[in-house]
Write a protein that binds this ligand. Structure first.
Ligand SMILES: Nc1ncnc2c1ncn2[C@@H]1O[C@H](COP(=O)(O)OP(=O)(O)OP(=O)(O)O)[C@@H](O)[C@H]1O
Length: 367
């Protein structure tokens, strides 16, 4: 008997998206079903191009067609993606941006900027449209890490007469940094209100265009800038970067709790443990837990959020950052593989958040 579209959809209605707990047909993830004799093809629209479950979903689809439709069918699954959003369709601010992600740490120097830079590039390399705001006034390091210290963003005028800044583009990421506005030895001027107004400018006066993910590298601790951010845009979720060290964890917890305060109410997507162990280049299989062991896991468990990854302390991560070619760009290296995995986990948690958690509200200002 000839295979029909109904046969195919019925079979695929038994394939579950493991994270979202519903089947692919109910989730409207199947499109473009074509049948030609025993040749069956269809598209599966994933929630992110960085989906770590790609292979699993692909195999489950093929198995479902072979088991429930025809064991001799030649199945061609076209995996593609449309990044989900929990933002309102008519947002006035950052209207083309689907997900706004704050990256925070409690303590300074835990590697938040290093993690953010690698994460942004890793997401862009999967095919996602990615922007990055460096709002870290304590030391805006993105221009160095992206190798664009000497670049200055151009300003252009829209047909409506509004001035817009064009972000710098490198490694497939659109970048704006406080570091582009003042030489690094002037960093001290970026205290308080000036930094907050720079962040607002980056949000409303930069031509971000369409983005799947806009990452915002926040200053360490909890500051005015954090409040400015949540009062200006609905933040999709926050990532907390920490080392396993006790003092870093205590500060990371404060940062995490700030986002969770009822009046702020930004979902915490998970914890990333950086400098989880030291691995010398000449002993790639050795792990020295110089900042303690398991701290990120404990923090994640305590606050019931996922541990999104553990990044080792390796010399090449520091060196490549200083050289303006972050570790993720060094294809085939263990460090690049770690950041790829972290990026997949982050994208996965954003998709889950968008499916199950209500939209974030902008925090009202109390004057
Ligand atoms: N996993 C790692 N392995 C080796 N070096 C690292 C690693 N992560 C970060 N570093 C290095 O540690 C230093 C601090 O990192 P980074 O500037 O990213 O931290 P930060 O938390 O953003 O700091 P700040 O408090 O200034 O915002 C940098 O020299 C960076 O290259």
């Amino acid at each position: 008997m000839a295979i029909t579209q109904e046969d195919v959809l019925r079979a695929l209605s038994y394939v579950e998206e493991p994270d979202l707990g519903k089947d692919l047909v109910t989730l409207n993830m199947i499109e473009d079903v074509r049948i030609d004799g025993l040749n069956v093809s269809f598209s599966v629209i994933l929630t992110t191009p960085a989906c770590p479950l790609k292979e699993l979903i692909h195999n489950a689809c093929v198995r479902a067609i072979h088991t429930m439709v025809d064991k001799n069918a030649v199945v061609n699954v076209n995996l593609t993606s449309r990044v989900t959003t929990a933002r309102a369709a008519n947002s006035a601010i950052l209207s083309g941006v689907k997900n706004i992600i704050a990256i925070a740490s409690g303590k300074g120097g835990v590697g938040k900027s290093t993690v953010t830079a690698n994460l942004a590039i890793a997401l862009a390399r999967t095919g996602a449209k990615v922007g990055l705001i460096d709002a870290d006034i304590s030391g805006p390091s993105m221009p160095t890490m992206f190798g664009v210290e000497d670049h200055r963003p151009h300003v252009f005028q829209t047909p409506e007469g509004k001035n817009l800044i064009l972000p710098i583009e490198k490694f497939g990421v659109k970048l704006m940094s406080i570091g582009f506005l003042a030489p690094s030895d002037n960093a001290i001027v970026w205290r308080g209100p000036m930094a907050s107004s720079a962040l607002k400018q980056f949000i409303s006066e930069v031509d971000w265009g369409e983005l799947d993910y806009l990452l915002i590298d926040m200053p360490p601790g909890t500051s005015d800038i954090h409040l400015t951010l949540v009062q200006t845009v609905p933040v999709t979720g926050a990532l907390i970067v920490t080392t396993p060290q006790k003092v870093a964890l205590a500060d990371a917890q404060k940062g995490l709790q700030m986002f969770r305060q009822p009046q702020i109410n930004v979902p915490v997507l998970g914890v990333i443990e950086n400098m989880a162990w030291f691995t010398p280049a000449e002993l790639p299989d050795s792990k020295y837990f110089i900042f303690g062991e398991g701290g990120g896991q404990k923090l994640a468990e305590k606050h019931e959020v996922p541990l999104l990854g553990q990044i080792p302390l390796v010399q090449s991560i520091r060196e490549t950052g200083d050289q303006g070619t972050p570790a993720i760009t060094q294809e085939g290296t263990p460090a690049a593989a770690v950041f790829e995995q972290v990026a997949e986990e982050v994208a996965r948690q954003i998709s889950i958040r968008n499916a199950v958690t209500p939209r974030t509200q902008v925090v009202e200002m109390n004057r």
